[in-house]
Structures are given as C-alpha cells and as structure tokens.
Design a protein around this ligand. Structure first.
Ligand SMILES: [Zn+2]
Length: 160
C-alpha cells in the first residue's frame, strides 16, 4: 500500500484528480495547487484509479462498436442472399434468409440499446471540461476570492 502524500490530503484533491485525469501536466497541476511536481506524479501513478476506469470504459465501447460492425455486415449479407433467393424463386432459401435478417435486427437493436446507455459521457470528467476548468482556475489564481467562489459553485454543480 503506497503511503498517501500531500495530494491525497490536499483540500482540492478532487480538482487535482480531474486535472490529472485530463491532460494537465504534472508541472501545471503542481503550480496551480501548490504541491510538488514529484507529489503530483506519484499521486497520479499510485493513487489515481479513475484514469484506469475511464480507459476500461473506452475499451468496452470500442469492443461494442466492433460487434456492431460485424452484425451490420452479417445483416448486409443476409439481405443480399434474400434478394438473390427471391430473384431466383428459391422460396425456402428466401425464408431462411429472412429469419437470419430478423435475428440480426434483434441483435442490432439490443446492441444499440446498450450503447445508448451513456458509457463515459459524464461531462465533468471529459478532457474538454478539465481543460476549461483548469484554464479558469489558472486565470483566477491572482483573484483568490473570486477563485474560491467559483470553485465552491463548481463543486456544487459537480456534486450534482
Ligand atoms: Zn495521493
């Protein structure tokens, strides 16, 4: 168990985590939140599982996309066979191609339904949001009161 560091105990740990999960550099995070670059790096390496969770979710979406592509390909072929069988008057073949096509449609609908359940669409952990947030905090760094007020409001938003 790696011992906790200054970042873990930092009052703005959540913000730091978001910045590190996004593409803010260790150096930028260090200067923004008054921690050392080494502490930021160690925290990111040892204490920040969120990044891995997101990477895993992204991989699952990619796998689902791949499945979808394969089912669409199957469907295209089933419909080709159906066309050909109908043109040739081979009704048994046409019927079984129709059954195949119906099965593919059901599978497609199921896959699309699963993809509809938002995978990683939490805007508050998106790298765009992290960039905007980081830029805002940076711009406000010479106005500590305004910075604190904005940070407080954002914390409320992010708490949902
Ligand atoms: Zn830490």
């Amino acid at each position: 168990m790696p011992r906790s560091g200054t970042v873990c105990e930092h009052p703005e740990r959540e913000e730091i985590d978001r910045a590190l999960v996004g593409d803010a550099s260790n150096r930028l995070v260090a200067s923004l939140y008054g921690v050392s670059e080494v502490a930021a790096r160690r925290h990111k390496t040892n204490h920040l599982p969120a990044k891995l969770v997101m990477a895993q979710a992204t991989e699952e979406v990619a796998q689902a996309d791949d499945l979808l592509t394969q089912v669409r390909d199957l469907q295209r072929r089933a419909l080709d066979i159906l066309d050909k069988a109908e043109a040739d008057g081979e009704l048994r073949t046409a019927l079984s191609a129709m059954r195949e096509a119906r099965g593919n449609l059901e599978l497609l609908a199921k896959l699309l339904g699963e993809l509809d359940e938002p995978p990683v669409t939490n805007v508050l952990v998106s790298s765009e949001w992290v960039s905007v947030r980081t830029a805002m905090m940076e711009a406000l760094s010479s106005h500590p009161e305004a910075r604190a007020a904005v940070a407080e409001r954002l914390k409320e938003l992010e708490a949902g």
